[in-house]
Design a protein around this ligand. Structure first.
Ligand code: FE2
Ligand code: FE2
Length: 199
C-alpha cells in the first residue's frame, strides 16, 4: 500500500492565514477519530507543537494555533481511512480553505511515506515530534508513575532497545532530528516536560 501523494503543492496561497476555529478543529477530530489512543497521540503532538511555537519560536497566539492545528489534525484520517492517509485530511482542509502552510505541514509529516519533503520550521517540527512522542508515550504506559519522574536516560535506553515499541521507526526519528538540526536530548526533555499536559 503506497501512501505517496504524488503532489508537491498544497492549498491555495490566497487562503494564507485561514484557520479552523478551535471548536471546528476539535469537532473534526471527534468526528473522524474514534480510537482514543490515536486521539491522545494527536492531542499530544498538538500540545507539543503549540508549546514549541510559543517557547522556542517566540510566536504569538495566532501562529501557535496554526502549529497546534497541524499537530491536532495530522492523523485525522488514519483511524477510518488508513489507505487514504493523509490524502483525505489534506483534501478536507483544502475544501475548507485552510492556510496552505498548515496543509503542507500535515502532508510532509512522513516524507518516506507521502513523498513530501519538510521545508518550513512547522513542517520539520511536526515530523520530529510525531514518532518520538509516540515512543515516549509508550514508555510512560509501562512506568507506574507515568511521566512523573521520567528521565532522559530512560527514554534513550528505550530508543536503543529496538524491540520496545517496535513499530516506532528509529530511522525516522533520527532523520527528523537531523533534518530539523535539533539536539536529540533537548527534544526528548522538551517532550517529557510538555506531553503530559495534552488536553
Ligand atoms: Fe501519520
Ligand atoms: Fe502521528
Amino acid at each position: 500500500m503506497s501512501l505517496h501523494l504524488h503532489r508537491s503543492s498544497f492549498g491555495n496561497p490566497a487562503h494564507a492565514g485561514n484557520v479552523l476555529s478551535k471548536e471546528e478543529a476539535y469537532a473534526l477530530l471527534n468526528d473522524w477519530v474514534k480510537n482514543e489512543r490515536l486521539q491522545l497521540h494527536m492531542r499530544q503532538v498538538a500540545q507539543l507543537m503549540k508549546q514549541w511555537a510559543a517557547t522556542r519560536e517566540g510566536l504569538g497566539e495566532a501562529d501557535q494555533w496554526r502549529w497546534q492545528m497541524a499537530g491536532l489534525l495530522h492523523d485525522a484520517d488514519w483511524d477510518q481511512w488508513p489507505e487514504l492517509h493523509c490524502k483525505k485530511i489534506i483534501e478536507e482542509l483544502e475544501h475548507r480553505q485552510v492556510d496552505p502552510e498548515i496543509i503542507r505541514a500535515i502532508a510532509s509529516h512522513g516524507p518516506n511515506h507521502f513523498g513530501v519533503e519538510p521545508q518550513t520550521r512547522m513542517d520539520h517540527m511536526l515530523y520530529a515530534f510525531d514518532e518520538l512522542s509516540g515512543l515516549i508515550h509508550a514508555y510512560s504506559l509501562m512506568r507506574p508513575e507515568s511521566y512523573t519522574g521520567m528521565e532522559l536516560k530512560g527514554v534513550k535506553k528505550r530508543l536503543k532497545e529496538k524491540s520496545f515499541a517496535a513499530n516506532v521507526s528509529r530511522d525516522e526519528i533520527a532523520d527528523a532530528i537531523q533534518r530539523a538540526s535539533l539536539d536529540q536530548d533537548d527534544l526528548i526533555a522538551f517532550i517529557i516536560a510538555h506531553q503530559p499536559h495534552a488536553v
